[in-house]
Design a protein around this ligand. Structure first.
Ligand SMILES: O=C(COP(=O)(O)O)[C@H](O)[C@H](O)COP(=O)(O)O
Ligand SMILES: [Mg+2]
Length: 485
């Protein structure tokens, strides 16, 4: 690889015709990114015969100012400033045909506070570019000057805990099952039982909106009746994430307003509504003192495969800027994709004040969060009480642990399922606070607690053999921390 700059200068640079991107100024190996630059790290798989540096320069070009041929109108702009600059290309460890390309973008290329604008450049045309077999956005460094143009999480972890009056332990939730088909009244029964049994939250599933079997108003009315009754029965604050995802913004606002009118503390949206809708709902949530839960429905279509798409760590960064309060971020031990080291990186992005580069967790850059609120990561998908020690150890305290099947599938009913989870959590937090090694002693701690808690004993007996041991599709490429150039 010829690492030297080959930028053509003088009048030859603007002669009509086609010129390699690296000659047009999109490859600048001596470039030192400015503190205010946005930096992206892409995983590039060039087509056979395409030089990786030219491929990196092409990505820089297509995601900023370039087209396939020289255009003289560049000279009407501050072209040298506006060109994105690929400045570093590294072979991906343990691969033959993949490269990490680092590209710096001047801040003036982007509109303040708009994920739609950011993504139209960074993941716009460039992912279909013919000289590349595949392209993946691995990570981004967003400068403080840019972070500060976003609202950030509407409520944040600290204020959420204050509003809920719950401290010192993860929160507990459950997704109502079956996902589809319940009537409003039966749906409300599930919510009541789960909350009364000991959970803090219940949650609509990603695909429940307003179908023939249950109009959204029915769901909201019965759910809030259940929340109020469960609060009265337990003396604790309870919530249920009412999914306001709908076809139009007007519909979403109408649903969110109704949730507020009924006294809900939280509403929910799905990632599939898109970034602009998410930002609008985040602003609505801040104006209306609501917690905003994001279900990442759809993300695996482009986050899961390592060679092509966008890493979930980037989606998590965008979501924190956009302003959601909760984000599904994986469980490690449950039914859905989640390598432990990669997942730790996602959790750090949600909860850090400053995220340090940590290649072994897939974090390519230092990322300041400039006092944006923290997002609550949500662990959900095929988890049960028997994994409580692992969940607490892997995911920490500021998280929501959500057991859908692992509450509602309990042999003695939904309230018993909820009680099993609450007792499992509280005995594990107590053991941790007493200094016990919960990873090693976890199963004993649970069995001990189950001696005086029949629901927990039944949960452990029912699900004791359930594990999901499959090879991960998205483990980090680096085993130890390397120094950034
Ligand atoms: O319905 C569930 C979980 O139900 P259950 O607890 O019965 O498995 C959620 O949609 C998934 O957690 C989403 O996955 P992720 O959180 O990874 O986005
Ligand atoms: Mg679901």
């Amino acid at each position: 690889m010829d690492q030297k700059s080959q930028t053509v200068t003088g009048k030859d640079r603007y002669k009509s015709g086609v010129m390699e991107y690296r000659k047009m100024g999109y490859w600048e190996p001596d470039y030192e990114p400015k503190d205010t630059d946005i930096i992206a790290c892409f995983r590039i798989s060039p087509q056979d015969g395409v030089d990786p540096i030219e491929a990196a320069a092409a990505v820089a070009g297509e995601s900023s100012t370039a087209t396939w041929t020289v255009v003289w109108t560049d000279r009407l702009t501050a072209a040298e400033k506006y060109r994105a600059k690929a400045y570093r290309v590294d072979k991906v460890p343990n691969t033959d045909d993949q490269y990490f390309a680092y590209i710096a973008y001047d801040l003036d290329l982007f509109e303040n506070g708009s994920i739609a604008n950011l993504t139209a450049s960074i993941i716009g045309n460039v992912f279909g570019f013919k000289p590349l077999k595949a392209l993946r956005l691995e990570d981004m460094r967003l400068p403080v000057a840019y972070v500060k143009t976003f609202q950030g999480p509407a409520t944040g972890i600290v204020v959420e805990r204050e509003r809920l009056d719950k401290f010192g332990r993860p929160l507990l939730g459950a997704t109502v099952k079956p996902k589809l088909g319940l009537s409003g009244r039966n749906y409300g029964r599930v919510v009541y039982e789960a909350l009364k049994g000991g959970l803090d939250f219940t949650k609509d599933d990603e695909n429940i909106n307003s179908q023939p079997f249950m109009d959204w108003r029915e769901r909201f009315l019965y759910c809030m009746e259940a929340v109020n009754k469960a609060q009265a029965a337990t003396g604790e604050i309870k919530g249920t994430y009412l999914n306001v995802t709908a076809a139009t913004m007007e519909d979403m606002y109408e649903r969110a307003e109704f949730a507020k009118e009924l006294g809900s503390t939280i509403v929910m949206i799905d990632l599939v509504i898109g970034w602009t809708a998410m930002q609008s709902m985040a602003k609505w949530a801040r104006r209306n003192n609501m917690i905003l839960h994001l279900h990442r429905a759809g993300h695996s279509t482009y986050t899961r495969q390592k060679a092509h798409g966008v890493s979930f760590r980037v989606i998590a960064k965008w979501a924190r800027l956009a302003g959601v309060d909760h984000i599904h971020a994986g469980t490690v031990v449950g039914k859905l994709e989640g390598d432990p080291a990669t997942t730790k990186g996602y959790y750090d992005i949600c909860r850090d004040e400053f995220t340090h580069q940590k290649l072994e967790n897939g974090i390519f850059f230092d990322q300041p969060w400039a006092s944006l609120n923290k997002m609550m990561p949500v662990a959900s998908g095929g988890i049960h009480a028997g994994q409580m020690h692992l969940l607490l150890d892997l995911l920490g305290e500021d998280t929501v642990l959500q057991f859908g099947g692992g509450t509602i599938g309990h042999p003695m009913g939904i309230a018993a399922g909820a009680t099993a989870n609450r007792v499992a959590l509280e005995c594990m937090v107590l053991a941790r606070n007493e200094g016990r090694d919960i990873v090693r002693e976890g199963p004993d701690i649970l069995n001990e607690a189950a001696r005086t808690c029949t629901p927990l004993k039944q949960a452990l007996d029912t699900w004791k053999d359930v594990t999901f041991n499959y090879t991960s599709t998205d483990a980090p490429d680096y085993a130890v921390t390397a120094t950034a150039a």
